[in-house]
Ligand binder design. Structure first.
Ligand code: EPZ
Length: 419
């Protein structure tokens, strides 16, 4: 087991390179099933979740070569068959449920264990299944398994009750080879959806409406293997912006799309943080005194739920009262208890947390409870007085490539130790 030990109080300086987006790479890897050909994914982040979905594809017969240095992975799905993914792989990472859409698209059927919930919520799949049924598939839930089968998929108009990221991606991948036109209304608009759609279009799909809440997909006969570089990770970039702000530092971040990070920059600017964009590079200046603000997480282009816990760490040490309301997941405040161990003054009231900023966190022994909660504890540790020990950091390794090295290289006193 590993843990992070952080000695707080360092000022950060220099520049950090952002990796490709985990939440774009996962559906893109799943989508390679659709072409039965060879695809090259460039600059792939070597994360635990990426290895899980790679193992899932390998268990279906895909041949996958990984170059850990260049981050290039070559995926040949020509010999993928409609076999079986072990349920522990699905339990390990619910993102592997994104394999369902491509598999029923290519083989007309697939069976996979019901993806578990996780710490942040029940994570239902009803909207995914609603889409598959609308496209003509039969859906069976049996002994903890989801079985979807169809003679053929036929385009349909589908309205998503909630703009679910995963459901939008799964239905899009099921529709690209369907007969006729599919319209997905109230679709999620996160940039990772657009990146998946761009990947599919480069393979030969016909998807329009990218970046809007209405996606139109005209089914095609075949898709071809391509080489592709996914977008940068806007959540990793946002996490480093807050690292600069919480340590009152000025740093340069390389690998940013201004539009993708607009909701986060808008709120940080309101607090008094300075931003200077130069193409895909950004100078973040967190040296001013900051003001408290209120945050409400919303589907894109609202403030992202994946930045909520990191924001709570920052607001936890900004003088004044701030309120964070989490509208996406029903249990995404587990970092509050850990931050309170570090001295934070936070009261939870239903879906809202009322934060009274303190002057300084105290270093303490804390536990990562989920991916972004873990990131929030790192940020609080950077600011804290004394030493912070974070255990269960496998949660953090799911979504951040060597975060300790990236922070160490810009001046943070952080190390990974085995225990
Ligand atoms: C994706 O999860 C991301 N994961 C999450 O990132 C992110 O927090 C989330 O989108 C929201 O932006 C990946 O892309 C791999 P949803 P997903 O379906 O697709 C409800 C991280 O930290 N819902 O948009 O599972 C659901 O209960 C992770 O990187 C249904 O009701 O999110 C939730 O309240 C955490 N029925 C809301 O939608 C469904 O069928 C958002 O879920 C599906 C979802």
């Amino acid at each position: 087991m590993d843990k992070f030990i952080i000695k707080g109080g360092s000022t950060l300086r220099g520049e950090v390179n952002i990796s490709s987006a985990k939440n774009a790479v996962l559906p893109i890897i799943a989508a390679t099933i659709l072409c039965g050909d060879k695809c090259v994914i460039k600059n792939c982040p070597m994360l635990l979740d990426v290895y899980v979905i790679i193992d899932a594809l390998k268990s279906l017969g895909a041949k996958i070569d990984i170059n850990k240095i260049s981050g290039e992975i070559v995926i040949d799905t020509s010999e993928v068959s409609d076999s079986h993914i072990s349920s522990d792989l699905v339990r390990k990472m619910r993102g592997s449920f994104l394999i369902m859409g491509p598999m029923i698209s290519r083989f007309g059927q697939f069976k996979i264990s019901f993806p578990g919930g996780c710490n942040i919520g029940t994570r239902p799949i009803d909207l995914h299944l609603k889409g598959f049924k609308a496209l003509g598939a039969d859906v069976k839930l049996d002994h903890g398994y989801v079985e979807v089968s169809t003679r053929k998929l036929v385009g349909a108009r589908i309205y998503l009750d909630f703009p679910s990221v995963g459901a939008t991606e799964n239905i899009m991948m099921a529709a690209v080879l369907a007969e006729g036109e599919t319209i997905i209304e109230n679709a999620a608009e996160e940039p990772e959806i657009g990146d998946l759609a761009s990947f599919l279009n480069e393979m030969g799909a016909k998807i329009t409406g990218i970046g809007t809440d209405t996606l139109r997909i005209i089914g095609v006969k075949t898709l071809n293997g391509i080489s592709y570089k996914p977008i940068y990770d806007r959540i990793e970039a946002g996490t480093f912006m807050i690292a600069a702000a919480i340590t009152k530092s000025k740093i340069k971040i390389n690998g940013i799309y201004k539009d993708h990070i607009k909701p986060v920059v808008a709120k940080l600017r309101e607090m008094g943080i300075g931003f200077q964009f130069r193409g895909q590079e950004l100078i973040v200046d967190g040296r001013n005194d900051l003001k408290p603000i209120d945050i409400k997480t919303m589907p894109y282009p609202g403030f992202p739920t994946d930045m909520q816990s990191q924001m709570m760490s920052l607001l936890g040490c900004v003088y004044g009262t701030s309120v964070i309301t989490e509208t996406i997941f029903e249990n995404r405040f587990m970092h509050v208890l850990e931050l309170k161990r570090m001295g934070a003054n936070i009261k939870i009231d239903g879906r809202s947390a009322v934060i009274e900023g303190i002057s300084k966190f105290n270093g303490a022994e804390v536990k990562a409870t989920d991916l972004r909660a873990g990131a929030a504890l790192i940020l609080a540790g950077l600011e804290a007085d004394g030493e912070t020990e974070i255990s269960d950091i496998y949660h953090i390794d799911r979504g951040y490539v060597e975060i300790e090295n990236k922070l160490y290289n810009i001046g943070a006193k952080i190390q990974r130790v085995k225990y």
